[in-house]
Design a protein around this ligand. Structure first.
Ligand code: TRP
Ligand code: SF4
Length: 420
């Protein structure tokens, strides 16, 4: 069962792809200029409409990356994954939007406003320490009127049946859940508001548990617009909630055929979409392109099972004390065998090993180095004790540097745009 609130049991990514219509990421990998390590290694396993982002990257067009973090506890390597993805897209030319979901943490998790602020500022410092640059817009949801107002507007377009079927809401579900979902949709659509340059591709890097939010937001994006577009042979079919507005489309200069409820226009679909979105903005309407998304795999808890912020032994915080980090690595579940003799003979099983997962997701950038460890493990050349020692060294180095960088961020914080 996967909803934004619970992930139970072993996750079958193939099934997620088949059931929800997420597209496998491998299909696109070859067309990405210099893919991020999480992409190369299949950690990013799926996407929706990522072609929009690739196209914008290649043609140097305006695009954004946006994701959000709920300030409900220690910041750990699960958060770092999303932060790394935001930063990578920013390097590839995107304007970055970072939401600190304090409304969600307060309304759904019951964290005090004071606490959400303190935790949230820690996240902000971390993402900057990890490499986020100034061409970005960071905000606490509760302090962002544009997002809150947009969420109100969105509420007119959704009914109870719909959120029940998307999120599994029941009669007892608090209204807060629905509010928080609409605020998240507003987070995702905000980069396309006029103030931020209007209509543009936006990619949302998230864990697969957030996909329901994306499905809802993509539907809402279409409903808020004046015109809807559907690909047809040789062009696009255009409909409008205000039928009389279709005459405006006729004046765009494309070849067209008029029908009673829609208009078919012919030409390059990309050019048509651009012209229609521009017209919408001129007419003072929203002109949302459906947001794209990429999905990364869940991070395994250090002792197996799922990682949970309510179980400190299941994760390593980005601000973990060195002695605790060492202890957690020592206790971590590996893919090692029962005895050293057996492991030398049969080799380890890195695909079951959280240390190997840590290498793959975070600690080792070089693919060659990662393959070497994998081979050494599989052929029994290296044993878990020695292997953990290597992980420990890289990890301690990272933690030290992260602490130093985060402290240093303090003095440049006011150079960033932060609505807090
Ligand atoms: N709901 C997300 C979580 O629990 C946080 C979040 C808030 C978010 N707004 C967002 C994620 C916008 C992606 C995009 O982690
Ligand atoms: Fe994991 Fe390393 Fe042990 Fe292999 S040798 S199972 S990678 S800890």
């Amino acid at each position: 069962m996967i909803t934004p609130w619970e992930v139970e049991g072993v996750v079958d990514y193939q099934k997620l792809i088949e059931e929800f219509g997420i597209t496998p990421f491998t299909d696109l990998l070859r067309s990405i200029p210099s893919p991020h390590r999480l992409m190369r290694r299949g950690v990013v396993f799926g996407h929706r409409d990522y072609w929009r982002i690739l196209e914008a990257m290649k043609k140097g067009k305006d695009f954004s990356v946006m994701s959000g973090f709920m300030p409900s506890g220690d910041i750990h390597f699960g958060h770092k994954m999303t932060m790394d993805e935001i930063i990578w897209h920013q390097k590839m030319g995107a304007t970055a939007f970072v939401a600190i979901a304090d409304i969600e943490a307060h309304l759904v998790r019951g964290i005090s406003w004071e606490k959400t602020r303190e935790i949230g500022m820690g996240y902000v410092k971390s993402i900057i320490a990890l490499g986020l640059e100034k061409d970005s817009f960071i905000y606490f949801q509760s302090k962002n009127d544009k997002v809150k107002n947009l969420a109100l507007e969105l509420s007119s377009e959704v009914n109870f049946n719909e959120i029940r079927s998307i999120y599994g809401f029941v009669g007892e579900t608090q209204i807060a859940r629905a509010i928080v979902s609409l605020i998240q949709s507003a987070d995702i659509l905000q980069p396309q508001l006029e103030e931020f340059g209007g209509s543009k591709p936006v990619v949302v890097p998230v864990g697969a548990d957030q996909d329901p939010h994306l499905r809802l937001t993509r539907d809402l994006a279409a409903r808020m617009n004046l015109f809807s577009l559907e690909k047809i042979e040789g062009g696009m079919r255009i409909r409008s909630k205000k039928n009389e507005m279709l005459t405006k489309i006729e004046k765009l200069g494309f070849e067209f055929r008029r029908f009673s409820g829609h208009l078919d226009i012919f030409g390059d679909p990309e050019k048509i979409e651009k012209a229609v979105r521009t017209l919408e903005m001129e007419l003072g309407s929203y002109a949302f392109v459906p947001p794209s998304s990429i999905y990364h795999k869940f991070t395994t808890g250090l002792t197996g099972g799922k990682m949970s912020s309510s179980k400190p032994e299941s994760y390593i915080s980005l601000f973990e004390k060195p002695e605790n980090a060492v202890k957690k690595i020592k206790n971590a579940l590996t893919g090692g065998r029962n005895t050293a003799e057996e492991q030398r003979r049969l080799g380890g099983e890195p695909w079951k090993c959280v240390i190997f997962e840590l290498y793959t997701y975070h600690l080792i950038e070089s693919d060659d180095e990662l393959s070497r460890i994998k081979e050494d493990c599989e052929c029994g050349k290296i044993l878990c004790g020695a292997c953990k020692k290597i992980a420990e060294e890289i990890l301690l180095e990272f933690l030290k540097s992260h602490k130093e960088k985060s402290d240093a961020v303090e003095s440049i914080l006011d150079e960033f745009t932060i609505i807090s």
